[in-house]
Ligand binder design. Structure first.
Ligand code: ADP
Ligand code: MG
Length: 626
């Protein structure tokens, strides 16, 4: 039998496990029990539709068997088991094990934290065992197989004997050393307390043969006891969501969240519902703090687990969550749903719709509550999922406005931190007519852009739109509490500028020039105007019409040929010395005038972050000037 080597990452992790600090060791049991429970879930789920599998609740259990003489601890389950290939794939490569996939090599060095917080699955067995044997039988395989490893350099797989489906894991417990005691993991009381601590809510019975003292009936001596061995279920099994809120601690919810693999973070909020009424249900929902790595990709699937009287009937029911709350994790359990409800029926199910609506409202109000009571947590949540809320505003033509407009925030020019629309509007000065925003790649770039000068002059606060979705979302929202949104780069900002009204004389003089420039820039801009918004900069581009320049950028990055164009207006600052040069060239040197026009237009493109049509030509022209 040839030995196969572990993959490199696995080896690294193994070393880490083997040398981990004492306090983390006990979690090996949590990991193995959770794997066993997952495996039973799988066969349970499959038995719902597969007639060849026995569908009987009592068949599903986990059993722990310590043996001090052999110095082994065995963990048996009646789950789905593993074929030869699965043993190889699942236990030979660590990358499969969830938590580690996201950790970089650097973080691995501080691996103690990973172990403490999430555990790293199956490999944690090597913290307390110097040899691990796995015997497993899958319904997809004729024979059982044995996987064995001493953790140091590889593993062996060979055929084995096992009558029933499921997996048996045999841990050969390490010998004690001078300062380390491994015996404790063979002690009944210790095993019981670890199970209670981490695995109490596992839905399947975790059984163990425990010693109990019984009074000997026949004896007259009341202190005459005999010790008998009885099989007992050592976890309480009542699912956490069926318990009373006041029996549970914050810690219980957090443990449940990580046991269920909802995320590697700590949720910012849990919502525990117990609703009695037209439709009765219980729900346990979590709002995560950090977003899953695939959150904004097509691979991410929203949904809650669905239970009917504590029996799982669907592991991801998408109908229960609106897209804009797709980050919510958790489950719903209702006695009013039938067990054999089919997928298609679910979509039309009245009860389900009712529950979904209730849940949506509850999530909304809890988020608002978090916003008011724990701003820091809300902002951290918003950093991860704010974009999704804005997508929500944009999609479905704004029907979700009411649900979402008070949950969104933008960083603003006030102090570059998040502000809600409500906060913005409350602070608006009397004479400010609109809610202003400026779009750009980053706050720094926006701060440098010419379009904001007038607003800054006025002391008006404006929102920074730095995400692609921002302007689209706001276009759908249109107004907040009767205050319209206006782009500072739009044609009509409604900002009256007392200081610099364009001089009527200049305006008159400029008519022909502007018309000439417009002709020269035909097809590129829809108009050329003197600007009343510019202070320091010579030129800028603004947009007329519904499509802004930022939106043009977004849309053309999404399509291959850029079909959509914003209607652009080139604004020129009449107070800038450049304008005088322009005037002069117009009167004296036609070639120069055309050159200036072209350069100014290209400059404006550059400032906007738009691509130049002909960069080489632009560079040549600038050189010529010099
Ligand atoms: P994770 O549970 O995060 O996937 P683990 O390292 O704990 O990572 O387990 C790796 C894989 O091994 C599991 O995903 C599962 O496919 C398989 N596995 C582990 N234990 C069992 C078991 N008792 N029965 C069936 N499959 C198991
Ligand atoms: Mg696991």
């Amino acid at each position: 039998m040839t030995k196969k080597a572990f993959k490199a990452e696995s080896k690294r992790l193994l070393d880490l496990m083997i040398n981990s600090i004492y306090t983390h060791r006990e979690i090996f049991l949590r990991e193995l029990i959770s794997n066993a429970s997952d495996a039973i879930d799988k066969i349970y789920y499959r038995a719902l539709t597969d007639e060849n599998l026995n569908f009987d609740k009592d068949n599903y259990f986990i059993k722990i068997i310590p043996n001090k003489d052999e110095r082994t601890l065995r963990i048996l389950d009646t789950g789905i088991g593993m074929t030869r290939e699965e043993l190889e794939d699942n236990l030979g490569i660590i990358a499969k094990s969830g938590s580690l996939a996201f950790k970089s090599a650097n973080e691995l060095k501080d691996g103690y934290d990973i172990i403490g917080q999430f555990g790293v699955g199956f490999y944690s067995a090597f913290m307390i065992a110097d040899k691990v044997t796995v015997i497993s039988k899958s319904p997809d395989s004729e024979t059982a197989y044995k996987w064995e490893s001493d953790g140091s350099d590889g593993y062996v797989i060979e055929p084995a004997e096992k009558a029933s489906l499921g997996t048996e894991i045999i841990l050969h417990i390490k010998d004690n050393t001078e300062d380390e005691d491994f015996d404790e993991y063979l002690e009944e009381y210790r095993i019981k307390s670890i199970v209670k601590k981490y695995s109490d809510f596992i839905r399947y019975p975790i059984k163990m043969d425990v010693e109990t003292k019984k009074k000997i009936e026949s004896s007259d001596d009341k202190d005459d006891y005999e010790t008998i061995i009885e099989e007992k279920t050592i976890n309480s099994m009542v699912p956490i969501w069926r318990k009373n809120k006041n029996e549970l601690t914050e810690e219980d919810y957090k443990n449940f969240y990580s046991e269920k693999h909802y995320g590697f973070d700590e949720p910012v909020k849990h919502i525990h519902l117990n609703v009695d009424g037209t439709v009765s249900y219980k729900a346990l929902l979590f709002i995560p703090e950090t977003r899953p790595y695939d959150y904004y990709t097509k691979d991410y699937e929203k949904g809650l687990e669905l239970y009917s009287s504590s029996v799982m009937i669907m592991n991801r029911c998408g109908e229960l969550l609106p897209d804009y709350f797709s980050f919510v994790k958790g489950l719903v359990d209702s006695e009013d749903l039938s067990l054999n409800i089919s997928r298609e029926m679910l979509q039309h199910d009245r009860q389900l719709k009712f529950i979904a609506k209730n849940i949506k409202n509850k999530i909304k109000s809890e988020l608002l509550n978090l916003l008011e009571t724990d701003r820091e947590k809300y902002e951290s949540f918003y950093d991860s999922f704010g974009r999704q809320l804005k997508y929500g505003l944009y999609s479905d033509f704004g029907v979700n406005k009411e649900d979402l407009q008070d949950l969104i925030m933008f960083k603003t020019s006030k102090d570059r931190s998040y502000r809600t629309l409500k906060e913005y509007v409350e602070d608006m000065p009397e004479d400010q007519k609109y809610i202003y925003y400026a779009s750009g790649e980053s706050i720094e770039k926006i701060d440098k852009s010419p379009q904001i000068e007038a607003a800054v002059d006025k002391g008006y606060e404006f929102l920074y739109f730095t995400e692609e979705v921002d302007e689209f979302a706001i276009n759908v929202l249109m107004s907040y509490k009767d205050n319209e949104f206006r782009s500072l780069a739009g044609n009509d900002t409604g900002i009256e500028s007392e200081q610099i009204d364009v001089d009527p004389e200049k305006e008159k003089d400029s008519k022909e020039i502007l018309a000439d420039m417009k002709k020269l820039l035909q097809g590129k801009v829809s108009d050329v105007k003197l600007s009343s918004r510019l202070r320091k900069h010579p030129v800028c581009l603004v947009s007329e019409g519904d499509l802004s320049i930022e939106m043009e950028k977004v849309l053309s990055s999404m399509s291959d040929g850029n079909l959509v164009k914003a209607e652009k207006v080139l604004e020129i600052n009449p107070e800038h010395s450049v304008y005088n040069s322009l005037l002069e060239s117009y009167n004296n040197d036609r070639d120069k005038f055309e050159l200036y026009t072209d350069i100014l237009y290209n400059q404006a493109l550059l400032i906007e972050g738009l691509p130049l049509e002909d960069p080489v030509d632009f560079a040549d022209k600038v050189s010529k000037l010099m």
